[in-house]
Design a protein around this ligand. Structure first.
Ligand SMILES: [Zn+2]
Length: 104
């Protein structure tokens, strides 16, 4: 009758909690850990932001970085950037800094 390990369920997949609500949040945290980001110079015209697999948009309002062609659901913290399936919607392109991501 010695107590057994019954605390299991609480330890299952802590990441799942984030996936159901703040989409992109976990992703963005990880991005700065695995990528170095460099500003694209000269700064692209906000009216015609370039896209590409190695191009990312940094939201100037919340400082979150989102891929310009997000394959999975991505969004910045304030909602200026949101996308999925290879398309990113930008609410205010003047509040975006285009950066290039390189794996560390
Ligand atoms: Zn934002």
């Amino acid at each position: 009758m010695r107590p057994t390990a019954t605390t299991g369920p609480q330890w299952l997949c802590p990441v799942q909690r984030f996936d159901t609500k703040g989409q992109g949040f976990m992703l963005n945290i990880d991005m700065r850990k695995i990528y170095n980001f460099y500003a694209v110079e000269p700064a692209p015209d906000p009216a015609a932001l370039p896209t590409g697999g190695d191009l990312y948009y940094e939201c100037l309002d919340c400082a979150v970085i989102v891929n310009s062609v997000p394959h999975i659901k991505s969004a910045c913290a304030c909602g200026n950037l949101a996308g999925a399936g290879g398309k990113l919607a930008v609410m205010d392109s003047t509040r975006v800094k285009v950066v290039k991501g390189k794996l560390k």
